[in-house]
Design a protein. Structure first.
Length: 572
């Protein structure tokens, strides 16, 4: 992304670094559309952002707190617990200091195993303040899945709820979790630190992480979890600069409708998800109030939605459909709403129109596109689209580039041609935890990140997704890797071979469906479902069905031909 011209040179973003190129090498952009150049590299037309080089995420966020310091930042819909913005800053400083005093060191990794609650952002900010790398994990995962992630991180601490303490205790007795030295929970328990005692710790004299003394461009802030374009979950390392860049991109004038200090947002999108993590940071950055919802429950969700008159909601398509179909939700409940953000899956236009009809007005749909690997978003529909581009993922965010690459030839394509979307910008991750090969396969030497999604861009710079190159299944916005399910199913003694695909579902978006070759002719679908039950999280269960086949279609190289299985399913 061209940021400016200095004499005969241009300062240009290449991946996460800045390089000065001779002007003869600077890309020239089309004068007609001004979105792409003769090499078909597309650039954002948003004003380039200026990213501070010498501040951490907490330094950046805490400097933003102005007149809203005493306003509520987070409120728990289940317990009523509230923290103001000033309390979040105070308690996170105390929590960070208490962690350090307990023996956890800067550079250590700590797990956050919490549902959405006000304690989550305090724990996150406390870790970021001290240079402890935060790794949020989904509470809906099975013990085996959580154990595998803890083993990858070699985490030294874990923050969790009392219900998970038996699991954590078992983890500590397991070689995979032997690194866990400190356990923090809500309430007093033997061998466990009480969160509420820790946030009262004296932070006087504590030396917190200073951006002026580290390289914020590469210093890890978090490790979130993604399957990438395929395969088992991998730890995504995002730096302090990655997060600050994303916040500046998403809150830039003209990109959102947010008014500082006055927004009320629904906090149902999981904070362990990249969108939820960015949202929790944005609360402090914008003076926003977030009402946290620990998990989706129809009655609680309806009650919270009606009582709070949200201005912003972050939802996935199945929840939009729930809002439309729920007779208890009325026009009056949308009266203050100005924005609905959807990012996990495409929203069908008829669903958007149904929401507008129920609300009695057009609400700005801020659809977008991004990955855990891009610390959130790379594209977004802006309010200036006037909701005329529903179905598009929008244009590029500031200081971001993209190109469309032919999946067969590797050629960079022009407008209105389908190919894999590659992106480059300051929000792109540092890499995968202890997985150089996966990092190299995802980010090339020039900083281009493969998205694994097939799409195209129009002459006016709007992008559209048409297919998924990657094998991931998206269930209610959550990633499911077919290879993970296949590995579990293949370990069942009665299964000879198996393949998994995603099939469409009105409520969930997609559901996993297994094609199984029997080793034991007597095996039933019920047995297979029972085998999976306690090994995989609920969203990974085979709710798309199980079909027994004589053989799994494969290429000469042995690769599963999922397109053949999809064709088989479509014939049903």
């Amino acid at each position: 992304m061209i940021l400016g011209v200095k004499s005969l040179y241009s300062v240009t973003y290449l991946g996460n670094s800045l390089r000065v190129l001779p002007r003869s090498n600077v890309l020239k952009f089309s004068t007609s559309a001004n979105y792409y150049n003769e090499k078909n590299v597309i650039r954002s037309k948003q004003p380039s952002i200026s990213i501070p080089e010498d501040v951490t995420v907490p330094e950046f966020l805490h400097s933003q707190v102005g007149n809203w310091g005493n306003q509520v930042a987070y409120e728990c819909s289940a317990t009523g617990l509230k923290f103001t913005h000033n309390e979040v800053i105070k308690y996170s400083r105390s929590f960070g200091a208490a962690l350090i005093k307990s023996g956890i060191k800067t550079g250590d990794i700590a797990i956050i195993l919490l549902p959405n609650c006000p304690q989550f952002p305090v724990a996150l900010q406390g870790m970021l303040l001290t240079g402890i790398i935060a790794s949020p994990i989904s509470p809906s995962l099975t013990p085996a899945e959580i154990t595998a992630m803890v083993a990858q991180t070699k985490a030294k601490a874990i923050v969790t709820i009392p219900e998970f303490l038996p699991l954590v205790k078992a983890l500590q007795g397991n070689p995979a979790g032997a690194s866990i030295a400190q356990v923090i929970s809500f309430g007093k328990s033997e061998g466990v630190h009480d969160f509420f005692t820790m946030i009262q710790a004296d932070a006087t004299g504590m030396e917190f992480l200073q951006g002026s003394k580290i390289d914020t461009k590469t210093e890890p802030a978090t490790i979130l979890w993604s399957s990438g374009t395929t395969g088992l979950p991998k730890g995504v390392i995002s730096s302090h600069k990655n997060y600050i860049a994303q916040l500046l991109q998403l809150t830039q004038d003209g990109v959102s409708l947010s008014t500082r200090g006055s927004e009320i947002a629904l906090g149902l999108i999981p904070f362990f998800h990249i969108l939820g993590t960015v949202l929790s940071n944005a609360s402090i950055h914008l003076g926003m109030k977030i009402v946290t919802v620990p998990k989706f429950d129809p009655k609680l969700f309806t009650k919270v939605f009606k009582e709070n008159k949200f201005t912003i909601t972050h939802l996935v398509p199945p929840l939009l459909k729930f809002l439309v179909a729920n007779p208890a939700i009325t026009k009056e409940d949308f009266e203050r709403m100005n924005t609905i953000v959807c990012g996990a899956a495409a929203v069908p236009p008829h669903v958007v129109h149904s929401v507008w009809k129920k609300a009695g007005k057009e609400i700005y749909f801020g659809e977008g596109f991004g990955l855990t690997e891009t610390t959130g978003g790379t594209h977004k529909l802006t309010p200036s689209s006037n909701n005329t581009r529903i179905g598009s993922i929008g244009r590029l965010l500031a200081s971001t580039e993209a190109k469309i690459v032919d999946v067969e030839t590797g050629e960079t394509l022009g407008p209105n041609q389908n190919g894999e979307i590659f992106v480059r910008g300051p929000q792109v991750m540092q890499g995968y935890l202890d997985n150089d090969e996966a990092t190299r396969n995802t980010i090339d030497k020039d900083g281009w990140l493969r998205s694994g999604d097939i799409g195209y861009y129009a002459e006016d710079g709007h992008f559209y997704i048409v297919d998924r190159l990657k094998e991931l299944i998206k269930v209610k916005g959550l990633q499911v890797a077919p290879s993970e399910l296949e590995a579990v199913l293949s370990s069942f003694a009665k299964v000879a071979d198996v393949a998994v695909i995603g099939v469409p579902d009105e409520r969930a978006g997609e559901l996993p469906r297994a094609y199984v070759v029997r080793k034991d002719p007597s095996v039933t679908a019920e047995e297979i479902n029972e085998y999976v039950l306690d090994k995989l999280a609920e969203h990974k269960h085979l709710k798309g069905g199980i079909e027994f086949v004589d053989a799994i279609p494969k290429s000469p190289a042995g690769k599963i031909l999922r397109k053949d299985l999809r064709a088989l399913y479509n014939k049903l």
